[in-house]
Ligand binder design. Structure first.
Ligand code: F6P
Length: 258
């Protein structure tokens, strides 16, 4: 029976990867909306994937924040070897999250768990345009931005558009605009409609979606039935080299709707 379940899951993984036309899907059993341990399972799947695909030499791994990423970070294990060194950096500057789930925190935890290094990007949220423009000229910030630009690995999550807009305390006008443009998904500070078109960008420094297109190893980690529509929308236009790590609940709901 265990064997049947495994074959069943492999079938779902294959169908989902074909559906999105992406490199690979890994599907954990269950639904992370109601079973928090599924998030740890995402961590294990990511750990195994990184252990397999991370090249030797110096890797620069750009990571996003969020609650999924925060839990996944805690379940990582050593990935350093004599030949392989990993430097974790936040993918984007301050996009409005609580400290514990900010990209800076996620990258620090990932570095600690895997035995790698990390660099933080200190850009506060509420800055005047002028201060912002001056701040990003600082050598310390420029240095980290350069590292981000050289990332060969990206790890991110996907969220529901309006939920993320609320969590980031976006204005009533922005919320109305997102509704009017029928935004359903958010990733990297970009909002997407059901067809995967970008309908809005949060202006922040760091990795852009067009940078991500050229990154050799991209991992998207998101699950739960509640995120099925968001995952589907984002994955429609996701870079084709993306590996999607998700759960059965999201996978089944996406496949059933198609
Ligand atoms: O804000 C960072 C971020 O990675 C978003 O890009 C994404 O939509 C969200 O977090 C996912 O958050 P969560 O894992 O809490 O659903």
């Amino acid at each position: 029976e265990v064997m049947d379940q495994m074959l069943g899951m492999q079938q779902i993984e294959k169908e989902l990867a074909e559906h999105f036309g992406i490199a690979k899907c890994l599907v954990a059993a269950g639904d992370c909306d109601v079973q928090p341990k599924v998030l740890n399972e995402f961590g294990e799947l990511l750990q195994n994937s990184l252990a397999t695909v991370l090249p030797e030499g110096q890797n620069i791994i750009a990571v996003m924040g969020g609650t999924t990423m925060a839990v996944v970070a805690e379940s990582l294990e050593p990935l350093e070897t004599a030949q392989r060194h990993n430097l974790f950096v936040p993918a984007r500057g301050g996009i409005g999250e609580a400290v514990t789930v900010q990209a800076n925190s996620v990258s620090a935890v990932m570095a600690a768990k895997t035995g790698g290094q990390h660099r933080a990007l200190y850009v506060p949220e509420q800055l005047s345009d002028e201060t912002y423009r001056t701040l990003i000229q600082e050598p310390m910030i420029q240095e980290v931005l350069e590292l981000i630009g050289k990332a060969n690995v990206v790890i991110h999550s996907i969220g529901r558009a309006l939920h993320m807009a609320g969590r980031r305390k976006m204005s009533a006008e922005e919320l109305a605009m997102l509704k009017q443009k029928k935004a359903v998904a958010e990733s990297f500070g970009y909002f997407f409609d059901q067809e995967g078109n970008i309908v809005y960008k949060v202006p922040r420094i760091g990795l852009t979606l067009s940078n991500v297109q050229k990154v050799p190893h991209v991992f998207a980690v998101a699950g739960g039935k509640s995120k099925a529509k968001a995952i589907e929308a984002y994955m429609k236009s996701a870079p084709k080299q993306t590996w999607l790590i998700t759960d059965e609940a999201a996978a089944n709901s996406i496949l059933a709707a198609n």
